[in-house]
Design a protein around this ligand. Structure first.
Ligand code: DGL
Length: 362
């Protein structure tokens, strides 16, 4: 592990040599003014380690402990009083509903403490958008909650994790970030946890929101350009304290030549809802419609989303008679976010009209 910390050092040391003489370090707030920020580490690439500095894509995720992440960015101390907790140490493709509940309940506990002003969650980027949206739905707090990851491990040249973590702590310690819902900071951008998704798996500018980021964070300062329009956090009707389990919701992918096999298998496995990740505007192949109609009649909820990659926009009764079929549309939520919302919503209602209201509002 020492060599991993050592590999962080050159980045920091290089910075010192590159700084032109006479550059005034950022004004350091008096310690008593610094916010108290807790960093919850869950794993991912931001905690990854590769064999050499040339390995920006070949590495092992979820290796570096939270203390090492914090030690690798000594400048955090200028932003906030920071302490770290290792909640999980896993690659985020392995995050389960139980992990989400455990993390969510811990975040709520911390948010309720007067000793905590902001929370940063370091996370793998594969399912970061799901965790961020989940917390956006169930954390009843105005305090900043910022989810952050990186596209390169800290051992790689031009690693992005250090600056991403610095930016995340800067936003989490900034009063202006209060009440804006769960936020995601990567690549100097501040995104709404509801809107953002991973659009590419090999670039540092991987995270995009179809309707644009909320702002930028530059040299530790947040700049806001827009505000979230949908219900979130303190305005949400959902509360992690009242959720003991998340109903099973699965995603079935639509494509040419598709048949109803996956839909039937998910129903057999006990899914309470199926997210149809449709082509175009959530279109459903004619071969599949009768099965979905039958599954709905058996009580399973059918929710039409779109797997188009720049963000779908699925409306009711446009391509399918949703009223007649008693189906729900996911509007602009991609399939993986629709799964999160459906699972949370099903903890409070089984009524399809209520579900549709929830999909319009969140
Ligand atoms: N295994 C992936 C994950 O933990 C690596 C991707 C990343 O974290 O950037 O999400």
């Amino acid at each position: 592990m020492k060599d991993v910390l050592h590999s962080f050092a050159p980045g920091v040391l290089a910075l010192l040599f590159l700084l032109p003489q006479g550059v005034q370090a950022k004004e350091v707030a008096a310690p008593q003014q610094l916010a108290n920020v807790v960093i919850l580490a869950t794993g991912g690439t931001i905690a990854g380690a590769g064999a050499s500095a040339a390995n920006s894509a070949t590495y092992q995720a979820a290796k570096v402990p939270v203390e090492q992440l914090i030690a690798g960015v000594p400048e955090l101390k200028q932003l906030a009083n920071v302490r770290g907790e290792q909640v999980f140490q896993i690659a985020s493709e392995s995050i389960s509903n139980d992990n989400l509940l455990q993390l969510g309940k811990h975040v709520a506990q911390l948010a309720a403490s007067a000793e905590v002003d902001g929370i940063v969650i370091t996370h793998g980027t594969d399912t970061l958008e799901e965790t961020a949206y989940f917390l956006n739905l169930v954390e009843r707090t105005d305090k900043p909650i910022v989810v952050v990851g990186s596209m390169r491990p800290g051992t790689a040249m031009s690693a992005d994790g250090m600056l991403n973590l610095y930016n995340a702590v800067a936003v989490a310690s900034d009063q202006s970030a209060r009440g804006k819902g769960v936020l995601v900071t990567l690549n100097d951008e501040i995104h709404a946890g509801r809107d953002v998704s991973k659009s590419v798996n090999i670039k540092t500018e991987a995270f995009k929101s179809p309707w644009g980021p909320l702002g930028m964070v530059v040299e530790g300062k947040s700049y806001w350009f827009r505000l979230p329009a949908k219900r979130h956090t303190a305005q949400s009707e959902f509360d992690i304290a009242k959720i003991s389990s998340l109903p099973r919701v699965d995603i079935a992918y639509g494509y040419g030549n598709v048949d109803d096999t996956s839909y039937k298998a998910f129903a057999q496995a006990g899914a309470k809802a199926i997210i149809h990740a449709g082509t175009g505007n959530g279109s459903v192949a004619s071969r599949v419609v009768p099965t979905l109609q039958a599954l709905r009649k058996d009580g399973l909820q059918v929710i039409r989303s779109s797997h188009v990659n720049q963000g779908g926009f699925v409306l009711r009764n446009a391509e399918q008679p949703d009223d007649k079929n008693d189906w729900v549309v996911a509007h602009d939520l991609n399939p993986q976010k629709a799964r999160i919302l459906a699972s949370v919503a099903l903890t409070s209602t089984q009524d399809s009209r209520e579900l549709q209201r929830i999909f319009w509002e969140y």
